[in-house]
Design a binder for this molecule. Sequence first.
Ligand SMILES: [Zn+2]
Length: 177
Amino acid sequence: MPATTKKAKTKLSKLQWRNRNKVLGNFKLGIKASSNARKYYIKLASHYAQLSNIRQDTIHKMTTDLSRKVYCIRIEDLNVSGMIANHKLANAVSNNCFYEVRRQLVYKQVHYGSKVEIVDRWFPSSKKCSLCGHIQSMKLSDRVFCCHKCNHTLDRDENASINLENAPDKLVRSARP
Ligand SMILES: [Zn+2]
């Protein structure tokens, strides 16, 4: 999470905590929101807008930078809706805004002449040893890949990205805007 997002998130939770006892109103119960509560709602909305702006800005910078520097970008076809249904993954995935990153990379192809390729979601990029090809199970919390067969050890994401680079052609398709 970028530092600016973290700061904005902290500010937001502080605002919510300070206003925890406000009479926020409930339409069903016929309770009207107090005027202070209404002011709080407006403030809250602007905090959410700010957070989404920071996020959007960060993603744009990142995807532009990538599209400029790299000719061929391979990404995994993650099953994001499935991951969001999984509680533990939900926050990580929505924070990283996977779909938005992918969408931007795909449409920026035209501007920057880059090429985006999608690797099939069933390709075991994280579970495969990038050196000997051995496949083993990996927990999400395992940040380092340590091959049980050849002892090859490296960062989980690095291992996965080497595998993506070497993925068989039949599992790779190009992403069209
Ligand atoms: Zn190995």
